[in-house]
Design a binder for this molecule. Structure first.
Ligand code: ADP
Ligand code: ZN
Ligand code: ZN
Length: 682
């Protein structure tokens, strides 16, 4: 029996902690270059795999060694840059290459049979480029200054531009530059949230034409995703817009990467390979010689620190376009308001003024649903979730109690399940109730056109149906809505022209969380929210940002009042340095899920003890295991343990050595464990 003429190392979708974490060897009659997509037998079925290189080691006889089942005819191999990015991400985030690689290709490519693929290939039509339509506006001096540096310097750049300073125009021009310089060049532009993609896509299509632009995000159907992915992979699309997943798109002639709102935590993937798309964008830029522009009005402290040290070139655009002014910040001391106040009287008055002038107000509350808890007035029954250490949220619209952690949903009981009392009442407030409350309050308030004021709500519940987000944004932009209520979803990125008042109702609960990043998050959230007010210069003179707070003396508000991000960053970085916290140290989390909290913690404790044997042990601090903030979800107990080092390479070596040790721990009742490198939520 002879062996196959070619032996290839192929990565297949293997889970991170399985025994087959590396590439598998397959025989082939033909030489196939690395990056070729192939179908290979794995267990009882054929799966999609990617050729990673030549296999080494001794050949097995044909019949013993498995053979590649087929290739995707006509599909160019994935490039070296892409493969190196995937390899790096897998190693850095402690996952298998196969898992990361196969998660990064469109689901439909994994599922199509060879026959389906062939049929698709025959149907395929070429995408042409549209002729650019709109005339770009003349740049402001600040925009021109930023662009000339992007043109002439290598970067990476931190575009520190106030809300409304025209960062998008800088991205458009920077993209136009690289596309003009090279007829094949491509650009990647990322935004943190799906709901920001329609607006961005519209701007890019206007400028570059329909055929030049594709979007990639998880809200697309599988056929849409495959089509967009192929357009990027074959070079037909010059511009790829997307959410974090787009950082793994195959873009063979990548010349520029933009990461808009780079501070946004949504860039961090929270399951599987827990990668940071922003950090990978920087790595990918270096790898592929693409320029990288990170943009934000409130950069992450990591990026700000890097720009302080000169590792990133900081480009400042402090002014709003066209004499626009940043909103005046007003704090309402809730200690001096009547008990039970939802919207304080002075804030109500200010909103009424807006309605009467034909302007809009935006109120945000970080809690969807009608009320976070439903409680019996006679006994101590509360709407606890039976599966989680959390309350189920009361949604009045369909009279349900829904758990926002595990999804468990039930009709609201007619009477208290414990004592039979008929009087069960909502406790606290969510956006649904706020909408109802405001609609009652403003029922008699008229707009300049004599129509009654309209209150609308935008949150994950109202935007679930396809197209509903676009429709709702359209109503805000057209002026049909006077008061918009929402979760933090409405505070990010949107270019609302008529909003002159923004109010945060309960934002500060974040300040008392145990997470050391809570102040950074809150400051960014409030600055971003304020950024939605007064974007149109003709209405900006009286724009305001209101914050209802129980702690008006918190230093964070002093910086917020002056829109002084650098002062805030200085103060925070001093604290972080004194406590040796990131960005002055590097962290990873090990998380364990088990049937009981004891088992989860026992696994972590054993891992911690075993870690003392590793060569880097003296450079790494392993903290004791603790239960997670929401300790039980869907009847699974969760615990975590922080690992920290002042040296990133030492931490990386430590984690690499620790992986097999963790894998070797056999603990009864353990469900799963995972490592989160550079975690954002502790
Ligand atoms: P940012 O992302 O910095 O918050 P945007 O990019 O949304 O700001 O720009 C704010 C507004 O200013 C948008 O309506 C945009 O069309 C407009 N704009 C940007 N640059 C210019 C310019 N050079 N001239 C006129 N208007 C501009
Ligand atoms: Zn009761
Ligand atoms: Zn639950």
């Amino acid at each position: 029996m002879s062996s196959w003429p070619h032996r290839l190392a192929v990565v297949v979708p293997t889970p991170a902690h399985s025994t087959i974490a590396g590439p598998l060897t397959y025989g082939s009659e033909f030489a196939l270059p690395p990056g070729t997509l192939v179908r290979v037998p794995l267990g009882q079925r054929d799966v999609l795999g990617i050729v990673w290189g030549e296999a080494d080691g001794d050949a097995l006889p044909a019949g013993v060694e498995k053979k590649i089942a087929g290739t995707l005819e006509g599909l160019p191999p994935l490039g070296e840059g892409w493969r190196r990015l995937v390899g790096f991400a897998a190693a850095y985030y402690q996952r298998s290459v196969g898992e990361v690689a196969l998660a990064a290709v469109p689901p439909q490519l994994r599922e199509l049979s060879p026959e389906q693929w062939e049929r698709r290939q025959r149907r395929k039509t070429a995408t042409g480029e549209g002729a650019p339509a709109d005339d770009p506006p003349p740049l402001t001096d600040e925009q021109a200054g930023a662009l000339s540096q992007i043109r002439t310097e290598p970067g990476p750049f931190l575009l520190f531009g106030a809300t409304g300073s025209g960062k998008t125009e800088v991205y458009l021009r920077a993209v136009a530059d690289v596309l003009a310089a090279d007829a094949a060049a491509q650009a990647l532009v990322m935004v943190p949230e799906i709901n920001l993609t329609p607006q961005l896509q519209a701007r890019f299509v206007e400028r570059f034409g329909e055929g030049a632009v594709v979007a990639l995000h998880s809200g697309m159907t599988n056929p849409q995703r495959l089509k967009a992915w192929l357009a990027a992979h074959t070079g037909a699309a010059r511009i790829v817009l997307g959410t974090r997943m787009a950082v793994f798109a195959s873009i063979p002639k990548l010349a520029l990467i933009v990461v808009d709102e780079e501070h946004d935590p949504s860039y961090k993937q929270q399951e599987g390979a827990r990668y940071s798309a922003r950090d990978l964008a920087l790595y990918r830029g270096k790898l592929e010689g693409a320029k990288v522009v990170l943009g934000s009005a409130t950069p992450s402290l990591e990026s700000w620190q890097a720009s302080e040290k000169g590792r990133y070139r900081r480009l400042a655009m402090p002014s709003r376009v066209g004499q626009g002014r940043l909103p005046e910040v007003r704090l309402v001391d809730m200690n001096h308001q009547p008990r039970g106040t939802v919207v304080s009287p002075p804030l109500l008055l200010a909103i009424q003024e807006r309605i009467a002038r034909g302007e809009q107000a935006l109120l945000f509350l970080n809690r969807r649903g009608y009320a976070p808890v439903l409680a019996c007035t006679a006994c101590d029954w509360k709407s606890e979730c039976p599966n989680c250490s959390a309350f189920r949220v009361f949604h009045k619209i369909d009279r349900t109690l829904r758990c926002h952690h595990c999804g468990f949903t039930e009709r609201v009981p007619r009477a208290c399940p414990t004592c039979g009392n008929l009087d069960i009442a909502p406790v606290g407030r969510g956006t649904e109730q706020l909408e109802e409350h405001l609609a009652t309050l403003f029922a008699g308030t008229l707009r300049p056109d004599g129509q009654p004021a309209r209150v609308a709500r935008m949150d994950a519940d109202t935007t679930r149906a396809k197209g509903s987000l676009e429709a709702q944004l359209g109503e805000v932009h057209s002026g049909a809505v006077d008061v918009l209520v929402g979760t933090q979803m409405v505070t990010k990125g949107h270019d609302f022209r008529r909003i002159t008042l923004v109010a945060a109702l309960n934002a500060e609960s974040a300040l008392f969380s145990s997470d050391f990043r809570a102040p950074e998050r809150l400051f960014a959230l409030l600055m971003q929210a304020g950024g939605r007010a007064g974007r149109d210069a003709s209405r900006a003179g009286h724009s305001q940002m209101w914050v209802q707070t129980w702690h008006p003396d918190h230093p964070l508000f002093a910086a917020l009042r002056k829109h002084d991000y650098p002062a805030f960053a200085r103060q925070q970085l001093a604290e972080r340095e004194a406590a040796a916290m990131p960005p002055f140290s590097f962290q990873a989390l090990v998380r364990a899920d088990a049937r009981t909290q004891e088992v989860a913690q026992a696994f972590l404790r054993a891992a911690s003890e075993a870690a003392q044997e590793l060569p880097e042990a003296d450079q790494v601090t392993v903290f004791p295991p603790v239960p997670m903030a929401v300790q039980r979800v869907a009847n699974v107990e969760r615990a975590q343990m922080v690992v920290e080092s002042v040296s990133r390479p030492a931490l990386q070596r430590f984690l690499a050595g620790w992986g097999p040790v963790l894998q070797g721990q056999r603990v009864k009742g353990l469900i799963r464990w995972a490592v989160d490198v550079d975690p954002l939520a502790i």
